[in-house]
Ligand binder design. Structure first.
Ligand SMILES: Cc1cc2nc3c(=O)[nH]c(=O)nc-3n(C[C@H](O)[C@H](O)[C@H](O)COP(=O)(O)O)c2cc1C
Length: 217
């Protein structure tokens, strides 16, 4: 049995996968059985996930790359006061890929890999019914983190991707996802490429006191 703390501390976002090393279905099934133990409001279990592999995944990637070459993704812009997180994380991630800050073309190519699911053989699309509210996306988040930890414990890498939700109509059309399902994010799953330096990156966190407060008396 994999230790929970090991799974939590060794999970990280992988951004290049071994394209030709398939993901065993039994590992995904085991991880999903654990993930659905996540709590949710009124036990709605609001997560809906569509997985694409093989030629379905390749067609999806082709359509997404086509679109990404010609139009910007509809990803919500971060409010000004949070934007430094995006810049700092970008500097770390692209720096670890050996891409200099002002290398616009290098960044563009690296960013495009998002819509290739970073070459992962298994592509997930995480959805939630559009009539559900913010509180229910908490349930989806709890499911997702449990799923990621269970994948980590099985030696699999992953990356949650809002970038995929930037082209919801393409995703819908390719995978037959109905209108009433909101596309929340993508999920790349596979075996991380051990030779890709950015896969070893440990992104730092705020000191606890910046986000958490204890009030007594
Ligand atoms: C909701 C969500 C959306 C994300 N979207 C992207 C994305 O589109 N592209 C990407 O490279 N990483 C994406 N990430 C990964 C984050 O950048 C990453 O989780 C964060 O920097 C912390 O790093 P770690 O996961 O390695 O601990 C996303 C993560 C979450 C939870």
């Amino acid at each position: 049995m994999y230790d929970l703390e090991d799974a939590i501390t060794s999970r990280r976002s992988s951004r290049l996968f071994l394209r030709d090393k398939p993901v065993p279905q039994e590992l995904i099934d085991e991880a999903l059985e654990l993930a659905v133990r996540a709590p949710s409001n009124s036990n709605i279990q609001p997560w809906q996930v569509v997985f694409a592999s093989g030629s379905a995944r390749d067609r999806l990637v082709e359509a997404l790359l086509d679109e990404a070459e010609s139009s910007a993704p509809k990803v919500p812009k971060l409010p000004e006061q949070f934007d430094h997180y995006r810049r700092d994380t970008g500097a770390l991630v692209y720096g670890a890929m050996g891409i200099a800050r002002h290398d616009t073309e290098g960044r563009r190519i690296a960013v495009l890999r998002n819509w290739e699911f970073f070459r992962a053989p298994l592509a997930g699309i995480v959805c939630m019914h559009r009539d559900l509210d913010f509180v229910d996306s908490l349930g989806v988040g709890m499911f997702l983190q449990t799923f990621l930890l269970a994948l980590t414990a099985r030696g699999l890498g992953s990356c949650v991707q809002v970038s995929i939700a930037g082209y919801p109509e393409t995703v819908r059309a390719q995978l037959g996802i109905p209108e009433e399902m909101r596309v929340l994010c993508g999920l790349a799953i596979g075996y991380p490429d051990p030779d890709f330096p950015a896969n070893g990156l440990h992104i730092p966190r705020n000191p606890l006191a910046e986000n958490i407060r204890f009030v007594q008396d």
